[in-house]
Write a protein that binds this ligand. Structure first.
Ligand code: IMP
Ligand code: MG
Length: 190
């Protein structure tokens, strides 16, 4: 569908599901929890955060600073399977990690855990690199939508089955900059 056919209502008119203040508070908590969990777990190298572009970029940048132990970050990108969300075969790696993660403690950082197809694919891929450990942090979790069994180790907020935008999350690439997480009207993205 050409972008011109899409409608982009103003984000300020959309209902807030999670406010920027709630996000900040929760990210700080997750940062403390992760710091505690990885304290003394050193492999001689810093913890690696791997963000899934582009949605997780904002969550990762906040989380990285909320974690009180040294960390580095890298990014992967996967193909979007759009609105069809058909099969796991539809998930494809577009950009791989830049630096080796063998023997490192790694956390995959995602914006939303929805059907689980993306993260189960990425988890399998990252495990092939033989990290010392691999965990998952997601800003949002929509447990109702799961098609494959996968859970995150660190969850910002469990949310109902609504299409949301903001805090890195988009509708057709728009609204990633919105500071609050808001509900896109009429579930138009699903
Ligand atoms: P899944 O878990 O493989 O279904 O994929 C999750 C991905 O779908 C996320 O990384 C988002 O990019 C996208 N996604 C799922 N739900 C939403 C939503 O409500 N708003 C924006 N993107 C979403
Ligand atoms: Mg995404």
């Amino acid at each position: 569908m050409p972008t011109s056919a899409l409608v982009f209502p103003p984000a300020v008119d959309m209902d807030v599901l999670v406010s920027s203040a709630q996000i900040a508070e929760r990210v700080a908590e997750l940062g403390r929890e992760i710091s505690k969990d990885y304290q003394g777990q050193s492999t001689g190298h810093p913890l690696v955060l791997i963000g899934v572009l582009k949605g997780a970029a904002i969550f990762l940048s906040d989380l990285a600073r909320a974690i009180q132990i040294d960390n580095t970050f890298d990014f992967v990108a996967v193909s979007s399977y759009g609105r069809a969300r058909v099969s796991s075969g539809a998930v494809k790696l577009i950009k791989d990690i830049d630096n080796p993660i063998e023997g490192r403690h790694v956390i995959l950082v995602e914006d939303i855990l929805d059907t689980g197809l993306t993260l189960s694919y990425l988890r399998g891929l990252m495990l092939q690199h033989k990290p010392a450990s691999l965990k998952i942090a997601t800003c949002l979790d929509k447990p109702e939508r799961r098609l494959v069994p996968i859970e995150a180790d660190y969850v910002g907020f469990k949310i109902p089955n609504r299409f949301v935008i903001g805090y890195g999350m988009d509708y057709a690439e728009v609204y990633r900059n919105v500071p609050d997480i808001r509900i896109f009207p009429n579930d138009a993205g699903h």
